[in-house]
Design a protein around this ligand. Structure first.
Ligand code: GDP
Length: 364
């Protein structure tokens, strides 16, 4: 599955957000910087109205959304790269995620201590990014030192690694994150394997006060500008509102949202934004027993998409019967789509499209 790491300075609302995401009180929100030692991991459903629609048409007995994993990575503070706070361990946790949800404090509240003594989300973002850049630089230096012997032996893989590490080092030493490095297609895989922290895509989560949830505020506007300049994305959320919503029944939640002037829970937007950031898509399998959503990367071909369900589906792949989401809906289901000639037989080279309803045929 895909993993998003929630990072941010202490007291910006990470635990509150994580609790709302996972609807548990397990990750206790407290006005205390280092309360979380083990990273908290939570799986969340990816909201998708299309899945409910497909299930209604096919009268599926159960609905199974696709899932995304969030990891609450607390304890990242100024000096983390030098092992301050619980620095090093948290940096290791960040290495393992696919993308970073960076929570920024965009609310004023004299009762909640800010570690830097002021509310300035853009400066906060820089504090964290600087730690990540320093951590990358340190690991690059170590790794390059370890490569020296192999380089003497004319090892091609080592040469490629060293060349890429040098490129990253160069931009980092100039105060920029490694993600600004442009990598050729041939180097793409090795580059990714380096797992540099500042190559991970970032989604800024502006945690605003309840009354600013619908509109944002000056702080979130400043973050939006920064994000756009970096080519990263941002969402505006009130972690407090999300926490309240997560404890309500669906109909109550809908009323509450309307009162707050919100069209949908911020968490839905957050999860969707994460999806976009990671270039993920969804395809569906639909039948009387269940309607289910599956996650793939954009550009995935049919056999590999089948492999998400089961390895045997990929190995023995013969072909896929495919109906586009819109056709499935407008024809009133599989039978109707078939009769209208909207069911396609697709082979191994078919690139699955977002929303496709798939049925895989395979040899066992
Ligand atoms: P973390 O250290 O980043 O995980 O932050 P927490 O989620 O524990 O939140 C720290 C404190 O800030 C808690 O007392 C929260 O209730 C409070 N807090 C979180 N979000 C908001 C918000 O939008 N407005 C206000 N006023 N307080 C908030």
């Amino acid at each position: 599955g895909f993993k998003m790491g929630i990072v941010g300075l202490p007291n910006v609302g990470k635990s509150t957000l994580f609790n709302a995401l996972t609807k548990t009180a397990a990750a206790q929100a407290a006005n205390f910087p280092f309360c979380t030692i083990e990273p908290n991991v939570g799986e969340v459903n990816v909201p998708d109205a299309r899945l409910d629609k497909l299930a209604a048409i096919a009268k599926s007995a159960s609905i199974i959304p696709t899932r995304m994993t969030f990891v609450d990575i607390a304890g990242l503070v100024k000096g983390a790269s030098k092992g301050e706070g619980l620095g090093n361990q948290f940096l290791a946790n960040i290495r393992e995620v696919d993308a970073i949800a960076h929570v920024l404090r965009c609310f004023e509240d004299g009762d909640v201590t800010h570690v830097e003594g002021r509310v300035d989300p853009v400066a906060d973002a820089e504090v964290i990014e600087t730690e990540l850049m320093l951590a990358d630089l340190e690991s690059i230096e170590k790794r390059r030192a370890n490569l020296v012997r192999k380089l003497k032996g004319n090892d091609k893989e080592a040469q490629q690694q060293d060349r890429l590490l040098a490129m990253a080092q160069d931009v980092l030493e100039n105060g920029q994150p490694a993600r600004v490095v442009e990598v050729s297609d041939e180097d793409a895989k090795a580059w990714k394997m380096l797992q540099l922290l500042t190559t991970k895509p970032v989604l800024y989560v502006c945690n605003v006060a309840e009354e600013d949830a619908a509109t944002g505020n000056a702080h979130s506007a400043a973050v939006a500008e920064m994000a756009a300049a970096q080519g990263n994305s941002h969402v505006i959320i009130s972690a407090r509102i999300e926490e309240e919503i997560s404890q309500l029944e669906d109909d109550e939640a809908a009323m509450f949202l309307e009162e707050m002037g919100l069209e949908e829970p911020g968490l839905d937007r957050l999860i969707r934004a994460g999806y976009e950031l990671l270039h993920l898509e969804t395809y569906f399998t639909v039948g009387p027993k269940e309607a289910r959503a599956w996650t793939i990367r954009q550009g995935t071909m049919a056999p590999q998409a089948a492999g998400v369900i089961h390895g045997d589906f990929e190995k023995g792949f013969i072909r896929a019967e495919t109906i586009a989401y819109d056709d499935f809906v407008s024809c009133g289901g599989e039978q109707g789509a078939k009769e209208a000639g909207k069911m396609r037989a697709e082979g191994k080279a078919y690139v699955v499209k977002d929303g496709d309803v798939m049925h895989f045929l395979f040899n066992t």
